[in-house]
Design a protein around this ligand. Sequence first.
Ligand code: DLL
Length: 428
Amino acid sequence: MAYNEIETADRSKIRDVQTQRLRQTVSNAYENVPFYREQMDEMGVHPDDIETVDDITKLPTTTKENFRDEYPDGLFAVDHSKIRRIHASSGTTGKPKIVAYTEDDLDAWKEAMARSLAAAGVTEDDLVQNAYGYGLFTGGAGLQQGAETLGAALLPIGGGDTEKQVEMMTDLGSDALACTPSYSLYIAEHVEDRGMDPTKLPISTVIFGAEPCTDPMRDEIERRLDVNGIDLYGLSEIVGPGVSIECHEAQDGLHVWEDRFYPEVVDPATGEPVEEGKEGELVLTTLSKDALPVLRYRTGDMTTLNYDSCECGRTMVRMDNVTGRTDDLLIVRGINLYPSQIEDTILEIDDVAPHYRIDLYEKDNLDVIELTVEQADDAERGRDQLEEVVAERLDAVLAFTPDSLDIVHSGSIARTEVGKVQRVYDHR
Ligand code: DLL
């Protein structure tokens, strides 16, 4: 059941809302954010030139560098007295991207997250165990507000302290677990290590996000915990979690709440829109944010958009699950490869655990890629035999041979209990 009637509205109605909100957003950006005024003046575009949502391609794009250059508050469109909350997204380098919300912005986010949880199948009768981190990261707060707005009960346990997670989940009978995909697997592993069966845990849904999750990784989560896995997507620059989510009815792509966040897909090299249904970089424009209106944000996330109707009845466009980022692309001896393709390939092999790492070095001006893969706990093949199978499969599926391939014992690769998992280590 949809939470808000707009989710199942006619496409023409959605378009009208988008047009009206885009025009407001562009005026706000032009009038109140010098960065956008300068960009638009330079391009010779005025807010009046935006007559319908199709005119969006006339607008300038925004990049993560723009956020960094305008640190801390250069992109804010409102006076500080109107701001109710600030979050930040920590990159690996440089200053964090600071994001701000007015009271209305927080209400819109709560509504988008309530919709998302309803789409995940959460109801007022459920207890949601929120194991996303709290603090500057948007995961903890986003899930909390959404669950409360929907009327579900929320356990604000945050990330880490896995023993306590399992104990409380068991004692309180949590229905849904919200956390990163890697952490849900960590919980399964932790329970197995104690000689217990993770499929017996009370949760029936895991709402995972904040990290990429390939299909075999998702199968592993669903199988080991005996749950329905629901993919939740979002990013701080646009709002936090709640930009899009899979519906539990179809689990076939993530519905973008496009009355609030307008999606486009562009060729990452040229920035030009790609044909409908083709893969490219997701570009998002906020349609209902006052404190920080963002025009055409180059997310770096690779996806496709699908406007076909969904069996759940929602009419909002679906995006493919994001498994690659433009800046993750590895170029190894002329082959372009995303780490997720490696994950996809190796996790299909029996005896491989869902844990691996990729180390990148530079030697004599050439990129060197070292792959370390963990053997499953109950592996039947020995490490040497497994190494052969992994090497063969990578070559057959991806035409890829790592410079070194190491198969390590179960449990050898460091796990991430709090925050996002890191699998690629670039030493170049
Ligand atoms: O990760 C917001 C979030 C919190 C989403 C909780 C879902 C659940 P950031 O820290 O700003 O915000 O990171 C955003 O994480 O551009 C993607 O590259 C990646 N990402 C987020 N969700 C997914 C997902 C939060 N479902 C960046 N699948 C994004 C793949 C995801 N990647």
